[in-house]
Design a protein around this ligand. Sequence first.
Ligand code: ZN
Length: 259
Amino acid sequence: MERETAPALNPTDATAAHTALALPVPANLVEFMAMYGTEDACLEALIAARWPDGFACPRCSHGKGWRHANRRLIECASCGHQASPTAGTLLHMAKLELHKLFLLLYLLVAEKDGANAKQLQRQVGVNYKTVRLWTLKLRDMLHGRERDKLVGRVQIDETIVGGSNGTSIGRRLGENRNYVLIMVEDRGKSCGRLRLEAIDDAGDSMLQTVVESRVEKGSTAHRDGLADYNGLKSAGIKHKAEVIGDPKRATRGFPRCTV
Ligand SMILES: [Zn+2]
């Protein structure tokens, strides 16, 4: 049977030399497990997609190579060059195991009404932050949104959408209410680009994960609040927190983010 294929590995990093690998798409979970149930099976599928006519060394074109024992690489038998089947794709250098990433992608595609991050966490067996980060990346890829990250001074705030004001206590939400994270480039007298992201909660870990995936390294995340995002620093994003408190002052401090 000829299988449908999909460009499952379009990268989103616009600065890289992009490569899309077409992988066979399983029709159901049973097929998925047979095709991509192990790390080895996923790597073999990537190698087959990268070199459909058999391995060819990117450096010397030699046709023979060996798989590296512990890394996702093929070493050329002639020149020793180590070629990566994931080079230039979204999965390149991913710390998460391939079979978990593939399963995340499959579940995201299979769930028509949108997969729930907490469900995915349980189903794939990874931590919540990892699910959120990869869900954002994979959704961008699936929807063809190769969006550039925001740069420069970026104002960040979260708001609540839906429901009535009386149903939330602190950061707990009532029925039909959702947090939305607002990220907008502050270009002095005008706004730059805007990103809105629905989030499950307004906890620091969640905010940090989303900001990391939407704001470019070297930028400054400017936010109302006390939270010290150490994770952002390690991701190369500067963080400036300012406690505003009074809504009237918020308009001055965050003119692009006041809702
Ligand atoms: Zn070679």
